[in-house]
Design a protein around this ligand. Structure first.
Ligand SMILES: NC(=O)c1ccc[n+]([C@@H]2O[C@H](COP(=O)([O-])OP(=O)(O)OC[C@H]3O[C@@H](n4cnc5c(N)ncnc54)[C@H](OP(=O)(O)O)[C@@H]3O)[C@@H](O)[C@H]2O)c1
Length: 260
């Protein structure tokens, strides 16, 4: 579709696996230069090597979004390598132990969740997003333009039983994304929320979830579900589009945009 991303510089958190890795490959295949980041170095380096073997302009940097010093270090490396950024995809996230699917763990209650588990999930999905924005958005501000994306979940997931702490962590991050879309508008930076639109077969799935989905005849999405959406969001056609939420599964350009 869009094949002209040569010179387009992208940073993807959580780029070593699942949706982040698939979006990295999609943008790379269109000519972009992409830095992928994540905590686990082994998986990160393996992802980088497999993309580089296809001839793509990819690099990686270990980074933990819950560790401010690590984010600051990665941002400095991105600046050294790229000078500035055209797109930042905030994909890094964890599910915690929430069963996520009604029926998988019927007895699961928010009140039984340890406070530390809530802290961890919110620390990654919400505060980690904030920390990423704080250190990487200046690399877009430098050139007076850029596109910031937050990888969220379906709106129904945020308030569904069994979704504490994951759902509320994503709801908070979406609120932050909308605020940022307003505050960054006059800096030429757009901020949008994206999500796959259903259960996606990645490493994040809780134990037994994939089997449960298949046995109960429910749809299972592939990480490539974001391909046409991420391409469009990086393209000139998405110029000025901000403060929106897009669902990968339902997306077909021209975009069907819905307010959040
Ligand atoms: N799978 C689904 O059904 C689904 C549905 C809706 C939304 N999402 C969202 O999609 C995003 C990607 O998830 P996924 O499904 O692709 O799962 P995944 O395959 O587990 O990918 C998660 C990525 O985030 C990284 N990560 C986790 N914690 C991190 C941290 N503290 N700092 C930096 N990187 C970190 C992981 O690498 P390390 O562990 O090595 O750090 C990995 O690269 C998440 O935000 C998730 O909430 C997923």
């Amino acid at each position: 579709m869009y094949k002209d991303l040569k010179g387009y510089k992208v940073l993807i958190t959580g780029g070593s696996s699942g949706l982040g890795l698939a979006m990295a490959e999609q943008l790379l295949s269109e000519g972009a230069s992409v830095m992928i980041t994540a905590r686990g170095e082994e998986r990160l380096l393996a992802a980088e090597a497999s993309l580089a073997a296809k001839g793509y302009d990819v690099c990686s940097c270990p980074m933990d979004v819950t560790d401010e010093a690590s984010v600051a270090k990665a941002a400095a490396l991105a600046e050294e390598r790229f000078g500035c950024l055209d797109m930042v995809v905030c994909d890094a996230g964890i599910g915690g132990n929430a069963p996520a699917l009604k029926g998988l763990a019927p007895g699961y209650r928010a009140l039984d969740v340890p406070v530390e588990a809530v802290r961890q999930v919110v620390g990654t999905n919400l505060i980690g997003f904030f920390t990423t924005v704080k250190y990487f958005v200046p690399l877009m501000e430098k050139q007076g333009r850029g596109r910031l994306l937050y990888v969220s979940t379906s709106t129904s997931t945020m308030t569904r039983e069994g979704q504490v702490p994951y759902g509320p962590s994503k709801a908070g991050a979406e609120a932050m994304a909308i605020i940022l879309s307003q505050e960054l508008k006059d800096k030429g930076i757009t901020v949008n929320i994206i999500c796959p639109g259903g259960f996606t077969d990645t490493a994040m799935a809780p134990d037994g979830a994939l089997d449960f989905m298949i046995k109960s005849g429910r749809p299972v999405l592939k990480p490539t579900v974001m391909n046409s959406l991420i391409s469009w969001l990086a393209s000139p056609d998405a110029e000025g589009v901000t403060g929106q939420k897009f669902v990968g599964k339902d997306f077909a350009p021209p975009a069907k945009i819905r307010e959040v």
